[in-house]
Design a binder for this molecule. Structure first.
Ligand code: 13P
Ligand code: SF4
Length: 312
């Protein structure tokens, strides 16, 4: 960005941040931001986190209004866990294509074919799917959730890559839905090999939403939070990062003296990036768009989320 334009943008953002602080007080609002959000949003969040931590924060908060800076299913989970709160999202177009890859009819058919199976649903799913679910999980607790179940068979929706990883880790028999994350699934073995050749000293850290053959190349495999923790504690100076580009904000904040190279320039989730600071301020000003989950669906879905929060 040219110097003058950059200066103007910084000035605008300063004004937006002042307005945001006023609005937060007036509305008694809390701002939750996923690690994949733009830096300008992560900077002003009360809590930055992965899907698990943010769901926990939504369930615990005493604020009247939750502004969920993430994608739609995350806002829905917050509303399900905190039904009496107002939940806002800066831009309602922030969806998750993977969450849309599983539908209720298909899941019901699978349940009818496997009547003894337990249904485990990745939190990246709609409220209607969660209402058909025994227990939810995130990438941070998927292995623990599966291990906590006393079931011969498990129906797993919707992420085939994370499902494969969890099956390999636990040895459980899983019937795996064919969904995937458009962003993580984009990363190829060739991309990683090229980066490894370019940065031979670097460790490759990778999210299990990536393809199994890419995950197999990882020096460390883990959820967003565990990747952050691993890089923070590691003695290595350089990392090739196999997860969404927004994590760069927290990685650099934690370890300003380390180098982080993203495994491809395509590791950017366009859905996460439709939110920005201007829309965040506007949604608190107008109190729109709000997340709505029909109470009958929310009541059914809540059990699966609450069970997940209890797994230690
Ligand atoms: P986590 O926050 O559980 O690591 O999930 C990654 C993701 O793709 C969120 O949309
Ligand atoms: Fe969905 Fe993938 Fe974007 Fe997460 S990173 S919101 S799973 S598309």
């Amino acid at each position: 960005m040219e110097a003058l334009a950059l200066e103007r943008k910084q000035e605008q953002n300063r004004e937006l941040r002042v307005r945001l602080e006023q609005l937060k007080k007036e509305r008694n609002a809390i701002i939750l931001a996923h690690y994949y959000q733009r830096d300008e949003i992560q900077e002003v969040a009360d809590f930055r986190g992965d899907s698990f931590l943010l769901a926990q924060k939504a369930a615990e908060t005493e604020a009247d209004v939750i502004v969920f800076c993430g994608v739609h299913f995350m806002g829905e989970s917050a509303k399900i866990l905190a039904p009496n709160k107002t939940v806002l999202i800066p831009d309602e177009r922030a969806g998750c294509p993977m969450a849309d890859m599983v539908n209720v009819d298909g899941l019901r058919k699978l349940k009818a074919q496997h009547p003894n199976a337990k249904v485990v649903t990745y939190i990246n799913s709609s409220a209607e799917i969660k209402a058909e679910t025994d227990i939810c999980c995130t990438s941070a607790n998927a292995v623990k959730v599966i291990e906590s179940l006393d079931a011969e068979e498990i129906i797993w929706v919707p992420d085939k890559n994370l499902g494969q990883y969890v099956q390999d880790q636990t040895g459980k028999k899983m019937i795996i839905w064919e969904g995937y994350c458009n962003t993580h699934d984009m990363l190829t073995v060739k991309d990683v090999m090229e980066m490894k050749a370019k940065y031979p000293e670097a460790e490759f850290v990778v999210h299990p939403e990536c393809r199994p053959e890419v995950v197999a190349m990882g020096d460390y495999v883990g959820s967003t939070t565990s990747i952050l923790e691993y890089c923070r504690k590691s003695d290595r100076r350089q990392f090739i990062v196999g997860t969404e580009d927004g994590t760069g904000y927290q990685l650099r904040l934690d370890s300003p003296d380390k180098e982080f190279h993203f495994a491809t320039k395509f590791l950017v989730c366009p859905n996460m990036k439709v939110n920005n600071l201007k829309k965040l301020v506007k949604c608190l000003e107008t109190m729109k768009p709000q997340i709505y989950v029909p109470p009958a669906v929310a009541d059914k879905a809540r059990t699966s989320l609450e069970r997940m929060l209890q797994v230690r």
